[in-house]
Write a protein that binds this ligand. Structure first.
Ligand SMILES: NC(=O)C1=CN([C@@H]2O[C@H](COP(=O)(O)OP(=O)(O)OC[C@H]3O[C@@H](n4cnc5c(N)ncnc54)[C@H](O)[C@@H]3O)[C@@H](O)[C@H]2O)C=CC1
Ligand SMILES: O=C(O)C(=O)COP(=O)(O)O
Length: 313
């Protein structure tokens, strides 16, 4: 039976769950922790399944042509010299997109219906009703119209929100007002009551939401970051919240995870902090994606669509 390495530096329980699920999805193959491979056997492997792989472990697998990532975000892997000439196939799972779209809808509704404000009023025993705004008068902007951004746009539109989107190119598949490239970013930001970030972290998107761009948002706007922390300047965000230019932020991603206990983000009154739970990978459905990619490769030699190194995602 062909042996397939699973190169992963993840929590032991999670490791066991993945291995079990991958074995069920691909019973015709023997999927083994990479540490079970001798150096000689490691040199023979042509592809591997990876999750936060250690560079030292990747170096032992010197004949790899492609790797299947179990995560959608590959910003760390595209910077690894060990993977420079290897095709990185990232996780593209419609179930992940559905789960993320559900989270975007949930926290957009949370902001739209002023839940942070009513929670604060309850703590203060304050009985005060605020005017209701219909979803059609609430503009939600989405940065990124990939698998996740498109699914989120559909979920928001189905709930009546006024949705606009932004990405690199002018093409658009959704029925949204679309903005393209940095030249149109400020215009888009000035329109949004709620901004949702679903971009990959690349050289171009790093600190994209810097102080000037945060200041370009509509006064009183809120922000949801479900992508990667480094896309937003968090200290600048806290300043914009402190001075009342922005209303609230929902943050699911941080430079260091778990977020250190002394980080000022924890206690900020206008920040809702989540422990990276917006788009958890569904192990079963992701295993089926891996199954399809590997079976197609073994049958036809077709390496699945890989990350573009020049773009960084
Ligand atoms: N918080 C969580 O639990 C999760 C977070 N993620 C993050 O979400 C990101 C997006 O995932 P997908 O939608 O699958 O990615 P994707 O590759 O399908 O879509 C990326 C989108 O961003 C746009 N984009 C990229 N660079 C750009 C730039 N410089 N300017 C303008 N637009 C740009 C692309 O045009 C495309 O529309 C992942 O890279 C990952 O970091 C993914 C899964 C779960
Ligand atoms: O797939 C990604 O990029 C994610 O951020 C999801 O992470 P998780 O499945 O929660 O470990």
């Amino acid at each position: 039976m062909q042996q397939i390495p699973f190169i992963a530096d993840i929590d032991a329980h999670e490791h066991a769950l993945w291995l079990e699920s991958l074995k069920v999805a691909l019973p015709e193959l023997e999927i083994l922790p990479s540490t079970d491979f001798s150096d000689a056997r490691a040199r023979e492997a042509r592809f591997a399944i990876v999750a936060n792989p250690k560079p030292s472990e990747l170096r032992r697998f010197s004949s790899l042509i492609w790797v299947q990532s179990l995560w959608a975000g590959v910003e760390k892997m595209v910077r690894m010299p060990e993977l420079e000439n290897i095709a990185i196939v990232r996780m593209q799972d419609p179930e992940l997109a559905r789960i993320m779209a559900e989270a975007v809808l949930a926290w957009t509704l949370y902001l739209h219906r002023d839940m942070p404000l009513y929670a604060r009023q309850q703590r203060e025993q304050l009985w005060r009703q605020h005017l209701y705004t219909p979803t059609s008068e609430r503009t939600v902007g989405i940065l990124g119209t990939g698998n996740l951004g498109q699914a989120a746009a559909r979920a928001l539109m189905a709930n009546g929100f006024d949705v606009c989107t932004w990405s690199r190119s002018p093409d658009q598949t959704e029925q949204t007002r679309h903005f393209a490239g940095k030249a149109q970013l400020d215009e888009m930001l000035g329109n949004c009551d709620i901004l949702v970030i679903l971009l990959p972290l690349t050289e171009e998107t790093q600190q994209l939401l810097n102080n000037d761009r945060l200041a370009a948002l509509k006064p009183g706007a809120s922000l949801i970051n479900f992508a990667r922390a480094a896309i937003v300047d968090y200290p600048a965000l806290m300043q914009q919240l402190d001075c009342g230019a922005l209303k609230h932020a929902v943050l699911d991603v941080f430079e260091t995870e778990p977020l250190p206990a002394d980080d000022p983000l924890w206690a900020h009154p206008d920040i809702t902090l989540l422990p990276h739970i917006s788009g958890p990978t569904d192990i079963k459905s992701a295993s089926r994606i891996v199954q399809a990619n590997i079976r197609r490769y073994l049958a036809d030699g077709d390496v699945p669509e890989a990350v573009d190194y020049r773009r960084g995602y």
